[in-house]
Design a protein around this ligand. Structure first.
Ligand SMILES: Cc1ncc(C[n+]2csc(CCOP(=O)(O)OP(=O)(O)O)c2C)c(N)n1
Ligand code: SF4
Length: 282
């Protein structure tokens, strides 16, 4: 984190620019992840956070490069394990705003089990998945959200497999906030991420983020997305019924619940490494 370069005058609210690092993203021109990065920094500014109050934690993938491009604390970890690292960080340092981020391969394939249990645990953090329905970084293997008939060199004729529905799984597993956004609308996406951060508990935001290189047809997503026709509900049963007819292109905050977040007992939380060592001493 470069805390010196973009310090604002004392008391002044920070702009989105203050959350950008000096590293230039190496995503392909036109990749949706550029807009998601812009939505991250706008959301941090909307929440009036400071870079040193935020940690962005990721796995591996094109999308998982995002921590390096913010000026916040960051951890670019192991494929599929962003949520494990983020959960540990939030429990150990509850004063930090923790954002876990990554792709659909990272979060729904190898990290799928962690996704279920992060929703169930309801630790107060936000999980953003940049979903492009493909493994971008490793050149185009189908992911759990890839359409069954997507024909490619690596999946001739398509996988024929039913798609995974992240919002249904998040809701059923206990996430306290469930939303979908579109990278092509960076301001709307920033508002959704800001609301996810403000809502206590585990907030899940699925962002449709086109991979223009491996799935150029996703440029047409801009003509398919629409604002959901229903307002946000705190009734999980109602949200579940709505999701049963969702085609994957309804945008908005579908569900914002009231489940209290997980909080570890303070006295069981060792503050020093020597205390932790003492607990494991034989
Ligand atoms: C344990 C492990 N298995 C596999 C890989 C190879 N790998 C790196 S990124 C990736 C998939 C990335 O796809 P996704 O998470 O959807 O992100 P995207 O690149 O599309 O943003 C895979 C399989 C790895 N790095 N580590
Ligand atoms: S391969 Fe796809 S996901 Fe990766 S940077 Fe390029 S456009 Fe983005």
């Amino acid at each position: 984190m470069d805390t010196q370069a973009k310090a604002a005058p004392a008391g002044a609210a920070l702009t989105a620019q203050a959350f950008k690092s000096d590293y230039k993203p190496i995503w392909c021109p036109g990749c949706g992840d550029y807009s998601v990065l812009s939505s991250f920094t706008k959301a941090f500014a909307l929440c009036q956070l400071k870079p040193e109050e935020v940690a962005v934690v990721s796995g591996i993938g094109c999308s998982s490069r995002i921590p390096a491009y913010t000026n916040c604390y960051g951890f670019h970890g192991v494929h599929g394990r962003a949520l494990a690292a983020a959960t540990g960080l939030k429990v150990a340092r509850p004063e930090l705003t923790v954002i876990a981020a990554g792709g659909d391969g990272d979060g729904y394939s190898i990290g799928g089990n962690h996704f279920l249990h992060a929703c169930r645990r309801n630790v107060d953090m936000t999980y953003v998945v940049m979903d492009n329905h493909v493994y971008g970084m490793t050149k185009g293997q189908p992911s759990p959200t890839t359409e069954p008939d997507w024909d490619s060199k690596l999946s001739p004729g398509g996988t024929g497999l039913r798609v995974f529905h992240p919002l249904v799984v998040a809701l059923a597993s206990g996430a306290n906030f469930v939303a979908r956004a579109f990278a092509g609308d960076p301001n709307g996406t920033a508002q959704v991420i800001a609301e996810a951060i403000r809502t206590p508990g585990f907030s899940f935001v699925e962002i449709l983020s086109p991979c223009v290189t491996l799935r150029p047809e996703q440029r047409e997503w801009k003509t398919r997305v629409r604002a959901a026709s229903v307002p946000t509900t705190d009734d999980a049963a109602r949200a579940a019924r709505l999701l049963m007819t969702d085609d994957g292109f309804n945008l908005g905050i579908l569900y914002a619940g009231k489940r209290p977040p997980y909080r570890p007992a303070a006295d069981k939380n060792p503050k020093r490494v020597s205390d932790l060592e003492a607990q494991f001493a034989l």
